[in-house]
Design a protein around this ligand. Sequence first.
Ligand code: B12
Length: 314
Amino acid sequence: MADEALSAGAVARRLGVAVTTLRTWHQRYGLGPSEHIPGHHRRYTPTDLARLEIMRRLTAEGVSPAEAARWARQAPDPAPTGTVAGSRVLPSGRDGGGTIPVGRAGPAARGLARAAMRLDAAAISETIAHALAAGGVVATWEGLLRPVLAGIGERHAATAGLIEVEHLVSRCVSEALSAASRAKVPTGPARILLSCADEEQHTLPLEALAATLAEAGVSYRMLGARVPVTALVEAVNRTGPAAVVLWSHTRATADPAQLSALLAAPRRPLLVLAAGPGWRADTLPAGVVRPVDLAEAVSLAVAVRDSLEQSTGD
Ligand code: B12
């Protein structure tokens, strides 16, 4: 351990904070160096460093230092080498307290985050429904849902907790988006196919896309989560979509062979969109387009649908 332990100066440089800030965090919040070798200054161990990293990140996001310190102290020891990335180990501490950081998002997002922490499904659903009715899907996604979802992910990464919050919020978001989609069912042929990559369970961004299309009166087909590539190609061949949006949220589901299979399909779509943070730009086959956000995904898909309809006179 002695080899890995760091001085206050080294920790401050790693974290990008002043040594005086470290001292304050030590004196006020008990986040100090825990290794003590007689006759030497105390030194920071990897566990101390991991806790301070959480403290730095949360305070930078606007969480109060006292609150951030509470989360930092609860954080489990850093994972030993060989731990599977992303695996979820329940913390020994409690998960009920604390807040979800929402960055610069407005009061509605803070309210939703508080309702989420209380596991108050009625308040969560009401807040989302109100935002959808008042501002539409894109504004609700960008200003309310995305910050809270990202905050839940952030807090989960720091504490290994909040899985129950993540599940409840996901369900409420899903219900609200599908209610919004049902409120305005588009007519006309469905020229846009939405699908998650094989084994991909993160569907919410695709559901937001579906609701945005419905809001704009554009028909689509949604295959949902975990679609094996053979089934995806089968759906393309049977329905001949102008555009296919394939969502991957994590590297694990972003096999570019799925995109190649779409490009090689007998009824090759005019546009193949690789959407989501899972895809790596440098591994995408030529001809595949990667949108940066919801608004861009919508406008690309609609533009291709329109150009197909003009050329076929639909
Ligand atoms: C909700 C959630 C779940 C729910 C999903 C429910 C559902 N129906 O979708 C459930 C509980 C199922 C789940 C499961 C898992 N999850 Co999860 N999950 C999340 C969470 C909190 C939100 C996901 C989301 O909707 N994000 C939407 C926004 C917030 O994400 P974003 O990156 O900002 O997205 C932007 C871009 O993609 C861009 N964009 C670019 N193109 C396009 C196109 C369109 C159309 C849109 C809309 C946007 C867009 O704009 C987006 C914002 O608008 C994330 C945290 C996060 N930051 O995403 C973790 C997260 C993605 N999950 C994670 C993990 C590890 C898992 C599990 C592996 C856990 C496990 N051990 O079982 C499984 C994965 C199972 C699988 N194979 O898919 C990790 C992934 C780490 C990694 N990078 O690999 C995350 C980041 C949490 C974390 N910090 O640890 N999860």
